[in-house]
Design a protein around this ligand. Structure first.
Ligand code: ASP
Length: 452
């Protein structure tokens, strides 16, 4: 059995929804279909979720909501009209959103989530009607009735552990085709809660894990995951056909935007293969993400780059002999709520690479003062505006010269390397450079590993 998830661009209008139905009907293994809310029809368009957020905010601010409500309903109405689905479903959607608007605003977060969830919930109901119109019975399944129990704060909820059991039970021996709304669930107290934005991916991956699907198909608007960001290297044509979970994780970490590594965690944990595919080119096999694969020695799978890193560089003579130095350093960061990303070190120096977003100037001053006071280093220096390059590939392990290729390419382009870090597992290494060199560096590395 396959669980497939369709993102907002796949549900944006009637033409897209018709493609979704074709795709689902083309393979009887596709039994659970998770849908997003209608997304953008073009660059200038607004996603239904964003319309709903604006609507909820207007209601919370006691402002006029009529035109905003009409804008949301119009999105569904235009799909219904183009697919000739009749007026009843549109009237039902309007009633549903009005009922949500009439719920308590005492907890603004819950109210906001109640409205946000309307996007996916009505998308699923509309899709079920569209399947029926094509003569196929597809049942809408409610996250409430199937046990999608969430906890945590509004807009940032996560799955309650017991949900897997409940979902598995709800889907044991189910028949036919099920349409399931993504992005939200219910707390134990009955209130609506949503995952973070983009959370329909999470729903899909949770269901794939709960029912132990053979594959989790994630339909989006690209043919493949590419070995490098096509915005930086437009000439990249060939996508990745198969990659491992850990390759995906390393590349997603450094900015591969096609998937969200946290969102697919449930599927990864359950070892369900993930297939990234394109709704607009269903004939393309897409990219498979699996636990293990055959590798060609000496090959790289992908190159990623991300900005926004800072580096705390600490020098101290005989640091290597000082028991507990690193642990005390990390404790200072921990007390500031800062996670570290990499720690390249030498015998008398250590460098802690962290994300810059939470490392404000005030936090920096506090951290540096404490390091000076508590660790008595010879010097502490904070340098901002670093980018991290990740070169990733299961095929790199036990192959000589993989790093040399990168350093030679960067040297040739006059790009200075600040740090290099290779994990013991040898399937990836990190190179840190100044942010200003990022795109040039990515192109140089692409040329070095994938150039003809
Ligand atoms: N519709 C939600 C959003 O725009 C969730 C999703 O599409 O995955 O974030």
């Amino acid at each position: 059995m396959k669980v497939c998830k369709f993102g907002g661009s796949s549900l944006a209008d009637a033409k897209q929804l018709a493609k979704v139905i074709d795709i689902v009907l083309a393979d009887p293994q596709r039994r659970i279909v998770v849908v997003s809310a209608p997304g953008k029809r073009n660059k200038a368009d607004t996603k239904v979720t964003d319309l709903l957020i604006a609507l909820a905010q207007a209601a919370l601010d006691k402002k006029e909501t009529k035109s905003q409500l009409a804008a949301v309903v119009a999105r569904y109405a235009s799909i219904a009209k183009d697919l000739d689905l009749g007026g009843e479903i549109v009237a039902e959607i309007e009633r549903d959103i009005k009922a949500r608007l009439a719920t308590s605003k005492k907890d603004a977060g819950v109210f906001m989530d109640t409205l946000k969830a309307a996007g996916e919930d009505n998308s699923a109901k509309l899709a079920a009607v569209a399947f029926a119109k094509r003569g196929v019975k597809a049942r809408y399944a409610s996250p409430r009735d199937t046990g999608m129990v969430l906890e945590g704060e509004s807009g940032n909820a996560y799955l309650a552990e017991e949900s897997y059991r409940k979902l598995a039970r709800a889907f044991a021996d189910f028949e036919g085709l099920v349409i399931y709304p993504g992005f939200f669930g219910y707390r134990k107290d009955g209130s609506v809660a949503t995952f973070p934005r983009g959370g329909s991916d999470i729903t899909g991956s949770i269901l794939a894990a709960a029912v132990r699907a053979d594959v989790y198909e994630n339909f989006t608007d690209v043919d493949n995951v590419y070995p490098v960001d096509p915005r930086i290297v437009p000439e990249v044509k060939e996508g990745i056909d198969t990659m491992t979970y850990r390759e995906m994780r390393e590349l997603a970490y450094a900015g591969f935007g096609v998937f969200n590594d946290e969102a697919v965690m449930p599927a990864v944990r359950a070892r369900v293969p993930i297939n990234v595919r394109n709704t607009n080119h269903p004939g393309e096999p897409g990219t498979m993400i699996v636990q293990s694969r055959r590798v060609i020695p000496g090959t790289v799978t992908g190159i990623a780059a991300a900005d926004g890193f800072s580096n705390i560089i600490i020098d101290k003579y005989c640091m290597n002999r000082e028991v507990g130095f690193t642990s005390r350093l990390l404790e200072i960061l921990q007390q500031e709520g800062i996670a570290y990303e990499h720690i390249p070190s030498g015998i008398d120096s250590i460098s802690v690479i962290i994300r810059s977003d939470r490392f404000t100037k005030t936090v920096e001053n506090r951290v540096v003062a404490r390091i000076k006071r508590e660790l008595a280093p010879d010097s502490v220096l904070v340098v901002r505006d670093y980018a991290v390059l990740m070169v990733v590939g299961e095929g790199m392990a036990f192959s000589a010269g993989m790093l040399a290729k990168a350093t030679a390419a960067l040297a040739q382009h006059g790009i200075n390397i600040s740090m290099v870090n290779q994990g013991a597992s040898e399937f990836s290494f990190m190179i840190s450079i100044k942010s200003a060199d990022r795109d040039r560096a990515v192109r140089a590395l692409y040329e070095a590993y994938f150039g003809k």
